[in-house]
Ligand binder design. Structure first.
Ligand code: ACO
Length: 432
């Protein structure tokens, strides 16, 4: 980035002025560097939800929400979805370039080396209630990894950072599958390193010791797509949480655990699960207008889950890719969930023709379709957000690694507009 221009801010109360640099990104909106503002004018800026505030510089992911563009390290998501796989995409996000042949196979070998978890970690799963949500287990167990892998916890050592990144990426599917199996009283299998990343996850989820496990190529293809599309999405809520947690020097396992907690909310990663719950509640396509009216009613908090996006105001490019895959898959797998899928298709059509949704640019987002795909694949509902968390781990650790090398980063410490009481005198309890 190069300094190009300035903007002058005038405080109209007293005429004081400050010139602020405008920073030009490689592509995207120019950004005002406001760091001098407080020192020179004594002013802060107010931007709840960071709608117009860049919190960092990043080389990793670029989004143009108006044009529906998403690039990982410069590569369009459409190309990666068509040609790449999750581990290659993870390498790209982490190291910044597509791996050479040697780098690719080395990376796969390293990740396979780390797929098992310490035997002591397995005890944690017995400590949870049988009906614990797997995301609750993920938050706890991923954070607990920091109690086991002390040999890679020096965040100032680049090699330690890399080992922790590999461990997180490799162990996530194992922890995720165990969080599901615990609830169903199933034994915890060891990972199978003869299978690829996605196949191994499906094996750990669905295999039983009494039968041979057969990989379903349709399911693996759909999961591969979901993983690539969810791998990173620049400074979203969970990624910003990871960065904010790390800014204090916390270890990567704790920071990724914080990211998982943030992802869990229904406005973010919890949306794919919420989509199916919504479709189940609607029950029949004939009931859709009632729910659409509720979503439009200003006096009702109800929202259509899987619609809308903070950044994409034209269309979500991931939704465009996954919509096709979703339709293909439903044509192949339809069956028992057919009424639910009919409701989904009709809801999509009705909402996309309704002025309320059109005027507000509320299109189905990636989670609308990923929820439907996961349901069609027989994935348990409470695992949907866990799958998002596994996929997003590549992005979280890339962003964390980048941040650890960024000389401009300081502890994250937003300011506030204080609206409470002015100074007042303490009154003794006996006099109150
Ligand atoms: N259903 C009905 N109305 C909606 C919806 C929705 N899903 N989403 C937004 N709106 C309306 C709001 O009521 C508001 O209307 P108004 O202008 O009349 O007041 C307008 O659209 C703008 O909404 P905001 O909340 O200001 O938009 P914001 O950018 O803050 O929120 C968000 C984006 C959180 C994704 C929102 O659209 C939403 O809650 N969607 C449903 C949950 C969801 O699918 N989340 C997944 C996001 S994608 C991801 O995490 C991968």
């Amino acid at each position: 980035m190069t300094k190009k221009n300035t903007v002058t801010i005038t405080d109209n109360r007293n005429g004081n002025q400050v010139d602020l640099d405008i920073l030009d990104p490689t592509i995207g909106s120019p950004t005002i560097d406001i760091r001098k503002l407080h020192n020179e004018l004594g002013l802060f800026t107010y931007d709840p939800g960071f709608q117009a505030t860049a919190s960092c510089k990043s080389d990793i992911t670029y989004i143009d929400g108006d044009k529906g563009v998403l690039l990982y390290r410069g590569y369009p998501i459409e190309q990666l979805a068509e040609h790449s796989n999750y581990l290659e995409t993870s390498f790209l996000l982490i190291y910044g370039h597509l791996p050479s042949h040697v780098e690719y196979y080395d990376f796969i070998g390293i990740i396979k080396q780390h797929t098992m978890v310490h035997e002591g970690i397995k005890h944690f799963f017995n400590g949870f209630q049988h009906n614990a949500h797997p995301m609750a287990i993920m938050v706890g167990v991923v954070g607990a990894l920091s109690a086991f892998y002390h040999d890679s916890l020096d965040i100032n050592n680049p090699r330690h950072r890399e080992i922790s990144a590999h461990r997180l990426l490799a162990k996530m599917p194992t922890i995720a599958a165990y969080s599901h199996r615990r609830a169903h009283g199933l034994p915890l299998p060891y990972p199978r390193n003869d299978l690829d990343f996605i196949e191994n996850f499906m094996y750990m989820m669905f295999s039983v010791p009494s039968e041979e496990y057969k990989v379903n190529p349709v399911a693996v293809r759909a999961m591969r797509l979901i993983f690539i599309l969810h791998a990173d999405h620049e400074q979203n809520a969970s990624t910003s949480t990871v960065r904010l947690a790390s800014s204090s020097g916390a270890n990567p396992f704790a920071c990724i655990s914080a990211g998982i907690a943030s992802l869990w909310g229904p406005a973010h990663g919890g949306a794919n699960e919420a989509v199916i719950r919504m479709l189940e509640e609607i029950q029949h396509p004939d009931e859709i207008p009632k729910y659409v009216e509720r979503a439009k009613d200003k006096n009702d908090d109800y929202r259509l889950m899987g619609f809308g996006h903070r950044i994409y105001k034209n269309y979500d490019p991931r939704a465009k890719i996954i919509r096709e895959a979703c339709n293909d898959l439903l044509d192949v797998l339809g069956s028992t969930n057919q009424p639910l899928f009919d409701t989904a298709r009709k809801l999509e059509k009705i909402a996309m023709e309704d002025d309320y949704f059109l005027e507000r640019n509320l299109y189905p987002n990636v989670d609308f379709y990923s929820g439907i795909i996961l349901k069609a694949l027989g994935m348990p509902l409470n695992m949907f957000t866990v799958i998002f968390a596994m996929a997003r781990t590549a992005g979280w650790i890339s962003q964390w690694l980048e941040m650890m090398e960024d000389q401009e980063q300081r502890i994250g410490r937003p300011r506030q507009i204080y609206t409470g009481a002015k100074v007042r005198e303490y009154v003794n309890l006996s006099k109150r």
